[in-house]
Design a protein around this ligand. Structure first.
Ligand SMILES: [Zn+2]
Ligand SMILES: [Zn+2]
Length: 327
């Protein structure tokens, strides 16, 4: 038996035992093809072809994957070739397969390599940061806009994308209300990527599970960009203080920043004056986008608002009369 035949016979026997989660799909002199599938997305097929002077020359190696990005596969193929070169003159395939399997284990973020390159290319800008932590299968996202920032640790679970990413806030100098909103809404977006809606409307397309990392990061980045310079349309000042040290978290403070239903922001005092001042009948509209204002703090019906306004005006008249009398 030739050197190659001996290697092939050995591979057929030992690959399934030595390389975890592997299937030998072909193992003949023309080609060896092995599928390694730790999870649906942590999957690669390694193909080997052999020249006439193998093993004195390197086997031709090709890597394929349903979900891992081509860029990553190209880089990894080069590393596999370097690995094979270490074994020139000897059997190479099993060593390369071991190398591929170790790579998948030590780089769990390979399952979202496509998303990560899109995020870096399209979303990360200026002094923002996206750091990959392979050991803990997580990314650290820092978004900076002017003097405001958020920092999140986002964990990519083992059976991603079937299970959604989980988030942990690691720093944020926005007011408490924004911190809560960012985290709650990011979690909700992640959940909606993997859980079908509870109530399906007849015209909705069938639910398709999708990876949650990019939608979550895209949301966080756009929120930070949006709110830092947003103006309170009543007083024409920046809604958030220009110095984050002046951020108020006391909800009764006049400068507490209120986020109304449509997502626009106003100072507590500005919104309060507007909501308590006529006209009431049309309902109160957002000064920025024209949508009806809904806010937990102000649940006045137009009738109550009208009555309160009238009462306040009457009081003021009485007071004015007293003042007139005294002067
Ligand atoms: Zn204002
Ligand atoms: Zn609005």
């Amino acid at each position: 038996m030739g050197i190659l035949e001996t290697e092939l016979a050995e591979l057929r026997q030992c690959v399934p035992n030595v390389i975890a989660d592997s299937t030998v799909e072909a193992c003949v002199p023309a080609m060896v093809r092995v599928n390694i599938e730790r999870t649906k997305y942590k999957q690669m097929v390694a193909c080997f072809q052999f020249g006439p002077d193998y093993p004195n020359s390197r086997a031709l190696i090709e890597l394929k994957s349903r979900h891992i990005s081509d860029k990553l596969l190209d880089g990894l193929t080069k590393l596999c070739e370097e690995e094979a070169d270490k074994y020139l003159g000897k059997p190479q395939v099993l060593n390369v397969l071991r190398f591929v399997r170790t790579f998948i284990d030590e780089n769990p973020l390979c399952c979202c390599s496509d998303e990560i390159s899109t995020i870096k290319r399209k979303l990360i800008a200026g002094s923002d940061e996206l750091k990959l932590k392979q050991r803990s299968s997580s990314v650290v996202l820092k978004v900076i806009q002017g003097v405001y920032f958020i920092r999140y640790n986002i964990v990519v679970p083992e059976n991603y994308p079937d299970k959604q990413v989980s988030l942990e806030e690691k720093g944020c100098n926005f007011p408490a209300l924004f911190k809560r909103w960012f985290l709650a809404q990011a979690n909700e977006i992640a959940r909606q990527c993997v859980v079908p809606p509870a109530k399906k409307r007849p015209k909705d397309p069938p639910f398709v599970l999708k990876p949650s990392l990019e939608p979550v990061i895209s949301f966080l980045i756009s929120e930070v960009r949006k709110y830092v310079d947003m103006e309170c349309k009543f007083c024409k000042q920046n809604a958030l203080p220009l110095d984050p040290k002046e951020v108020v978290s006391d909800e009764s403070s006049p400068y507490h920043v209120e986020r109304v239903y449509c997502g626009h922001v106003y100072h507590n005092k500005c919104l309060d004056t507007y909501i308590r001042t006529p006209p009431f009948q049309e309902g109160k509209k957002c000064h920025t986008c024209g949508l009806r204002i809904y806010h937990d703090k102000w649940k006045l019906t137009p009738e109550t608002a009208e009555a309160r306004w009238a009462h306040k005006q009457a009081k003021q008249r009485e007071l004015d009369e007293v003042v007139d009398f005294l002067t």
